[in-house]
Design a protein around this ligand. Structure first.
Ligand SMILES: Nc1ncnc2c1ncn2[C@@H]1O[C@H](COP(=O)(O)OP(=O)(O)O)[C@@H](O)[C@H]1O
Ligand SMILES: [Mg+2]
Length: 367
């Protein structure tokens, strides 16, 4: 099997850290593992199988560039049916066979990894892979379409407005007015987000009109399409969904308490200061049952496979609103998804194995 990690998104380093943990957890008696790191500019590099070099050391985040065995050359997947031979090609050298790959674990977050693009490549190669397929990955990455799909399946979503690339480029005044009207209806502050990003990158909480343009520019640095959302007051509750032999099941939920030093659950709070989620979330039995049911419904609504982490707000009114799903959630042993499963009786190595097995159960092609 191959573990693919790193990649072109701003979550490159987190992906490397996660892959290190996965590489450590894979049962080496059961699987031969080929680590493939994708550099920040997209080269599929042959990478040392040295998970100990893939951790955060002294608050410094690792990268594929630091792990690649050679400065050029690419790992190539087969793209013809029936061929699963992966090769390594260097300029001017005869391609070297690396062996057959029967399953790929794409351990990537964000654009060009978790958004369906890599999944499309893997579909072309005909090799089964862990996690969501092309459509579910793409929907799970796009906060607009995610909300539209959830809403059409009767899942509760919060108020939002979309500013499309052309709207901002051709008439920023009209786009600004649309947001001001939205804030008039729902109140300030509003959240401004890139439609397709993750790890809170590019997200701002905007208190008033004065901060709006800067927030829009910041979000647009990550995606020309942006979302504006009403602030949802309440508790942040997450729930993991994992595909078992008989279908998806929900983990015990967790709560992300507000971090006093951070305005919201942002990148630093998530990864550097390792915001401490509470597992299981202190909820009533009914609330727990409700959020678990909603999490499985979110998994099904988007046609997810393997795993998903569904994130909710529990409003002061007692109602749950779904914020988003992550088709490849944070996955280090201290990340919320593995911790929720640990608390549900599924250890980290078992979790990794279940995901690989779920992928192997799947046939390639339409399903
Ligand atoms: N509408 C909202 N109301 C209140 N807090 C929000 C809202 N949207 C986002 N947040 C805060 O920002 C964090 C990141 O936003 P999220 O939409 O989950 O983006 P990402 O995909 O980057 O994780 C959330 O965990 C939450 O703390
Ligand atoms: Mg989130």
């Amino acid at each position: 099997m191959a573990v693919v990690f790193g990649g072109r998104s701003s979550e490159h380093t987190i992906s490397v850290v996660t892959a290190g943990a996965v590489l450590r957890a894979i049962d080496r008696d059961k699987y031969d593992v080929l680590p493939i790191g994708i550099t920040s500019d997209g080269r599929w590099a042959l990478t040392a199988d040295e998970p100990e070099r893939m951790a955060i050391a002294d608050r410094v985040l690792p990268s594929v560039e630091g792990l690649a065995e050679t400065a050029e050359g690419s790992v190539l997947l087969p793209v013809e049916q029936g061929n699963r031979e992966v090769v390594y090609a260097e300029p001017g050298a005869v391609p070297k066979a690396l062996g057959e790959v029967d399953v790929v674990f794409p351990m990537l977050h964000g654009p060009y990894g978790e958004d369906g693009t890599l999944q499309g490549l893997l579909e072309l190669s005909g090799v089964p892979y862990v996690g969501a397929g092309v459509l579910a990955s793409a929907v799970g990455m796009d906060k607009e379409y995610m909300k539209r799909v959830f809403a059409s399946f009767g899942l509760p979503v919060g108020p939002y407005e979309v500013i499309r690339p052309r709207e901002w480029e051709q008439d920023p005044a009209a786009a600004r007015k649309k947001i001001v009207d939205f804030a008039g209806d729902h109140g300030w502050p509003v959240f401004v987000k890139p439609a397709r990003a993750g790890s809170s990158i590019g997200i701002s909480k905007v208190e008033d009109l004065a901060g709006l343009d800067e927030a829009i520019e910041e979000a647009r640095r990550h995606d020309p399409k942006i979302l504006v959302e009403a602030l949802l007051r309440g508790r942040e509750i997450e729930c993991g969904v994992l595909e078992f032999e008989d279908g998806p099941r929900a983990s015990v939920p967790a709560e992300i308490p507000p971090v006093s030093t951070h305005d919201f659950y942002d990148f630093e709070a998530k990864y550097i200061d390792a915001a401490d989620g509470v597992v299981p979330a202190p909820l009533t039995e009914e609330q727990t049952a409700r959020v678990r049911e909603l999490a499985v419904r979110a998994f099904e609504a988007v046609s997810c496979e393997g795993l998903v982490r569904a994130d909710f707000f529990l409003l002061d009114s007692g109602e749950f609103v779904i914020n988003e799903i992550n088709t490849m959630p944070g996955f280090t042993p201290i990340s919320m998804y593995p911790r929720m499963w640990e608390a549900s009786g599924v250890s980290y190595p078992e979790l990794v194995d279940r995901l690989i097995q779920a992928a192997l159960r799947r046939s390639t092609g339409l399903r």
